[in-house]
Design a protein around this ligand. Structure first.
Ligand SMILES: Nc1ncnc2c1ncn2[C@@H]1O[C@H](COP(=O)(O)OP(=O)(O)O)[C@@H](O)[C@H]1O
Ligand SMILES: [Mg+2]
Length: 269
């Protein structure tokens, strides 16, 4: 089981769309079991998967809870092979708790991950809990309590970026972000940087080359093209691969997941 955080301090770079597309594709095309965690109080990921954050059964409850989470209490089944721990606006109480009285449990997701891994290794585990292949965590554009807990638990991070919004200082900013992420978790790997909303303009092509050459970060070969179907899916509150499975961006996400799995196989196979 691998835990991947989807993180970028910039908003609107397609963190949530990417997390949802990865989950759909990993489950439906590659037969993987996925646990999604919505770490953004905007709750868009929860909405895409039709999950509501009920009191006591969401990420807030997990972050406010004790050390030994009984994780089935927090998990909502969403689709075949996809479960989710949802969130909504109330997730901000985790930040308030952390600031006011230090009562937020920043290792809660890590503890959950360990509890799941232990159960998966036990011969008595019920099937549904047995084998999450991936935990994918959709992060907010901030170092909040929830995203710090996410980075603490993560093996690796995927960083979606928009090249059209990348200024000349973008590469340095991105590298500084990675330094800051490693303050939360020094073992954190960067799985890769993923260019989204890509339009193949000359500036974007040059910036992508510059990023690969200068940042020292792995950059995915696959880029995700801009497609009006993605905004339409967001507007409808549905994940892209169920809303518009044949549009260009959906095809790109399927290619991306193949590249992601290929790289995972090399590193962990
Ligand atoms: N490939 C794409 N083509 C067109 N619009 C996109 C694409 N990817 C994301 N978007 C749009 O950009 C906006 C931000 O995406 P979102 O995943 O919510 O970003 P983040 O989670 O990083 O804030 C949404 O309205 C979404 O529909
Ligand atoms: Mg988001």
């Amino acid at each position: 089981m691998r835990t991947i955080a989807i993180f970028n301090l910039k908003g609107g770079v397609a963190k949530t769309v990417t997390t949802a597309a990865m989950a759909d594709c990993l489950a439906a095309t590659h037969g993987k079991r996925v646990l999604l965690i919505d770490a953004d109080q905007q709750g868009n990921l929860s909405q895409y998967f039709g999950a509501t954050a009920e009191e006591g059964r969401d990420l807030l409850a997990l972050l406010q809870g004790a050390n030994e989470p009984y994780y089935p209490d927090f998990v909502t089944p969403a689709r075949p092979d996809i479960d989710i721990i949802p969130a909504d606006m109330s997730l901000m109480y985790a930040d308030l708790d952390a600031i006011k009285n230090g009562r937020c449990n920043l290792t809660a997701i890590e503890d959950l991950r360990e509890a799941i891994a232990e159960d998966a290794a036990s011969p008595n585990t019920e099937d549904w809990a047995k084998a999450y292949d991936y935990i994918l965590i959709d992060c907010p554009p901030a170092f909040s309590a929830a995203s710090t807990a996410a980075l603490t638990a993560a093996d690796a991070v995927i960083i979606p970026i928009r090249l059209d919004a990348f200024s000349t200082s973008g590469v340095a900013e991105l590298m500084q972000q990675v330094v800051n992420m490693r303050r939360a978790n020094e073992r954190l790997q960067v799985a890769g940087v993923l260019a989204t909303q890509y339009q193949r303009t000359d500036v974007e092509i040059d910036t992508l080359a510059l990023l690969a050459a200068r940042s020292g970060l792995p950059v995915y070969r696959t880029t995700i093209r801009q497609s009006p179907r993605v905004s339409a899916a967001t507007f409808a509150g549905e994940s892209l691969l169920t809303f518009s499975p044949h549009c260009g961006a959906a095809m790109d996400y399927r290619r991306f997941v193949c590249e992601f799995l290929e790289q995972e196989g090399k590193e962990n196979g």
